[in-house]
Design a protein around this ligand. Structure first.
Ligand code: HEM
Ligand code: HEM
Length: 190
């Protein structure tokens, strides 16, 4: 099979159209609607779990202090656990969609070094989407102190750091480079 990616002669008019092994394919200019819905739904759930932690922290203090949490404390802590497990399930679906549907190409206004940084940070997010809930499960359901430390310390810090850098990156795209990067994750680029 010929694996040469050859541009069409009229590519200057239709830059998104490529010929791949004789088959004409259209390169996506936006994330698909399901990918966009998952992005914002997961962002909301992650922010919730990063900010609403009191009940889970109370539970952990009692449990790791060697006492038995009350049923009320368990119910309250369960909200954090169930939201976190939902994030994990959505991450599986999102990763499958990413593999099947791909992502739009990096914008040409972005310097190559920053494109690489963006790519690495997106993959770091994906690693956290899996590792963070699993560490939480290790702490909550198996009483593992190391997992609790990793979850509530380095993983939490890394998640916050990535989110701050990510939002700054989106703002730079929107207002400095004036690209349509934010549009490809919101209304879509037409
Ligand atoms: C991506 C999803 C999740 C995020 C963003 C998240 C975030 C957090 C945050 C910010 C804290 C408080 C850390 C602190 O300042 O002390 C925390 C604590 C905790 N979370 Fe999660 N969590 C997630 C998923 C889960 C899951 C799925 C479980 C369990 C089923 C879980 C169990 C715990 C436990 C047991 C603690 C207390 C740890 C301790 O203080 O020792 N988390 N989580
Ligand atoms: C907890 C919060 C967030 C997380 C975990 C997150 C995560 C991600 C990830 C992993 C991607 C890569 C696309 C993919 O493979 O699915 C992405 C793309 C994107 N995010 Fe977020 N995001 C968050 C919040 C935000 C916010 C608040 C904004 C807006 C300011 C934003 C704007 C974007 C944009 C515009 C893209 C597309 C980038 C591109 O086209 O290369 N995100 N986000």
């Amino acid at each position: 099979m010929r694996l040469l990616l050859e541009m069409r002669a009229d590519a200057h008019r239709l830059p998104e159209v490529f010929r791949f092994s004789g088959k004409v394919e259209t390169m996506a200019t936006s994330f698909s609607v399901p990918q966009r819905i998952l992005h914002w739904l997961m962002a909301a759930l992650i922010i919730f779990n990063l900010l609403v932690t009191d009940a889970m922290e109370d539970y952990a203090r009692v449990f790791f202090g060697g006492q038995t949490p009350t049923p009320e404390q368990v119910s309250a802590a369960n909200i954090h656990a169930y939201v976190g497990i939902t994030i994990l399930v959505l991450a599986v679906i999102r990763l499958c969609l990413r593999v099947i549907q791909g992502v739009p190409p990096e914008p040409k206004e972005e310097p190559p070094f920053l494109s690489l940084v963006a790519k690495l940070s997106h993959w770091a997010f994906y690693v956290l989407f899996f590792v963070m809930p699993f560490a939480g499960i290790g702490a909550y359901y198996f009483g593992n102190k190391t997992a609790a430390f990793a979850h509530a310390g380095p993983m939490k810090m890394l998640m916050w750091g990535l989110i701050v850098a990510h939002v700054l990156g989106a703002l730079v795209h929107q207002f400095y480079w004036k690209t349509d990067v934010v549009k490809r994750m919101t209304s879509g680029v037409r």
